[in-house]
Design a protein around this ligand. Structure first.
Ligand code: FES
Length: 107
């Protein structure tokens, strides 16, 4: 499972099958992440802010991802592109917020 925090602060826990990206999972559940380029690192519309407890568990950012994040809005230290986060057993319980959503861990 994983959790999305939506822009209005709604917390949604959803099934997150291993091997799918956070962007694909959001689409399955109607969470408002665009993912305009379909996951090929050519847009920044799948930007999510990762809970700090989880950000260290993710794979390193590729340079292309850094470049795309430079173009995104509301970027935070733990921002990532949702299409580059692939669910695995270790990421079970992952929490991410949509850009602009209230971040419970910053309060
Ligand atoms: Fe375009 Fe992730 S969907 S960069």
């Amino acid at each position: 499972k994983m959790t999305f925090i939506e822009k209005d602060g709604t917390v949604r826990e959803v099934e997150a099958p291993v091997g799918l990206s956070v962007m694909e999972i959001s689409h399955k559940h109607g969470v408002d992440i665009e993912g305009a380029c379909g996951g090929c690192l050519a847009c920044a519309t799948c930007h999510v802010v990762v809970h700090p407890d989880w950000s260290g568990k993710l794979s390193e950012k590729r340079e292309e991802e850094e470049d795309m994040l430079d173009l995104a809005f509301e970027v935070k230290k733990t921002s990532r592109l949702g299409c580059q986060i692939l669910m695995s057993e270790e990421l079970d319980g992952l929490v991410v917020a949509l850009p602009g959503a209230p971040l419970p861990w910053e309060e």
